[in-house]
Write a protein that binds this ligand. Structure first.
Ligand code: CTP
Ligand code: A1H0Z
Length: 425
């Protein structure tokens, strides 16, 4: 079993420590837990998670195992890890990866600053991978940071959209029933073919459900089930809940899951994940302007236009040289889109101060940050050719900050002739 990278302590926030979100997550978790009867903090349930991530993604049809396929230039598994890390009461996350992918996994943990992660060798089947993860939690291994939990969550590494309330529901149900799993309505009807390849019978769709993840178990129940189960089950089984029933007479409580719980299986699923993530991170935008009256007026107009399109539009109008307390908070609250309204004389000073703040915040480690640098040009004062030349500098800035996952582009707006010349860099 491989621990995470050195120094991987147990912060309660995935990746870069954006303390404000961490506090909000903890508060939300506490209220969720108290609602579900579990006690946050000292008396909370000891909960760990096992993520099987040792598959080859054959149905995906690409050389890279799907858990490592990039979404917005970041591996799919990193989104799932982030989703689990946001839940501060999950104390340990054990990921099962093949030996050949162990180094890749360690580099992902390092690059995206994932915490509370331990790695184990995957098995040749999903059940064997899960079993290896359970063994890592069960056995007191030398210098092992892991301890046996009361409850263990099992969640496929290729299901990135898992919310805390679903995790809490299955954990709470598992505490009471011994096992619990998320389910979803069937989309297609299930049929049973006969030996000659014809329809034998079909199942009544309304009376059946699809078994999804996350699932949760009393650790002793599922560990005993895996220790008892047959090689056939380990080789060909696909349902952990069935193992708990068959080998421990434990009937899992079924919990209605959200539509986003689906498993990434085919290539089309990667496009769906990317669209959902883009939608999630583009709902909020911040208009940054300095204290110049012209800019504040333009920012107000911009705010009105943006509010007709987006759910959350924030405007901060303070000289960034004051370290932008409002802006700092907006960054901590993980806004990923910024429009920086510049006074022509300052050229890029405002944008550069914003870029520096964004780089210092580590915000762009997990998701790309978009910055639009808006410049106004009064043709009476400055001939366009002269302004365009200096604006080309932004192209150099853009190349530099792109290395840190910040996507910078420029917008040149000419007035008073009311013509707008768009320059994208
Ligand atoms: N030997 C295996 C096989 C699968 N898994 C993991 O189990 C989860 C769900 O399995 P599945 O969707 O079947 O993944 P693959 O086996 O990779 O897909 P395929 O069947 O298309 O090859 C995935 O996170 C996968 O990495 C695993 O840990 N060990
Ligand atoms: O069979 P696969 O390995 O694709 O998927 C494994 C599980 O995710 C799947 O069986 C769920 O129904 C949960 O049990």
């Amino acid at each position: 079993m491989e621990p995470g990278p050195p120094g991987s302590s147990r912060p309660t926030e995935p990746g870069p420590c954006l303390s404000s979100q961490q506090g909000a997550d903890q508060a939300a978790s506490a209220s969720l837990q108290s609602a579900a009867g579990a006690q946050p903090g000292r008396h909370s349930l000891a909960v760990a998670a096992v993520l099987p991530a040792g598959g080859c993604g054959e149905r995906m049809g690409v050389p890279t195992p799907k858990q490592f396929c990039p979404i917005l230039e970041r591996p799919l598994i990193s989104y799932t890890l982030q989703a689990l890390e946001r839940v501060y009461w999950i104390k340990d996350i054990v990921v099962a990866v093949t030996g050949e992918n162990m180094e890749v996994m360690k580099s992902i943990i390092q690059k995206y600053q994932h915490k509370r992660i331990s790695l184990v060798e995957a098995g040749v089947t999903r059940h064997r991978s899960i079993f290896n993860g359970l063994k890592a939690l069960a056995e007191d291994q030398l210098n092992c940071k892991l301890s046996k939990p009361e409850i263990v969550i099992v969640h496929d590494a290729v299901r990135p959209f898992v919310e805390e309330d679903t995790l809490l529901k299955v954990v709470t149900a598992a505490k009471k029933h011994g096992a619990a799993g998320a389910i979803r309505p069937l989309v297609s009807t299930v049929i049973s073919p006969s030996a000659d390849g014809c329809l034998d019978h079909s199942l009544e769709r309304a009376r059946h459900r699809a078994s999804e993840m996350p699932q949760a178990f009393l650790f002793d129940v599922i560990y005993e089930a895996y220790q008892q189960c047959s090689d056939y089950d380990l080789e060909f089984g696909t349902e952990c809940l069935q193992l708990a029933l068959k080998y421990c007479c434990t009937k899992a409580k079924l919990v209605e899951g959200s539509p986003d719980l689906w498993k990434v299986t085919y290539k089309r699923d990667l496009y769906a994940v990317e669209s959902i993530i883009k939608e999630k991170i583009s709902q909020e935008i911040c208009v940054v302007t300095d204290i110049e009256e012209d800019n504040k007026y333009v920012s107000h107009l911009l705010e009105e236009v943006l509010k007709s399109e987006l759910n959350h539009v924030k405007v901060t109008s303070e000289a960034l040289c004051h370290a932008g307390r409002d802006l700092q908070q907006i960054i901590l609250d993980q806004c990923y889109n910024f429009v920086c309204v510049n006074v022509m004389t300052s050229d890029f000073q405002e944008t550069q101060k914003l870029l520096s703040m964004l780089e210092e915040s580590n915000l762009s480690i997990l998701y790309p940050v978009v910055v639009v640098s808006v410049h106004f040009l009064d043709f009476k004062l400055v001939p366009p050719s002269q302004k365009m030349e200096s604006l080309m500098l932004i192209r150099e800035f853009a190349k530099e900050v792109k290395k840190r996952n910040i996507w910078l582009c420029g917008l040149l707006i000419s007035y008073p002739q009311n013509s707008t010349e768009v320059v994208c860099y």
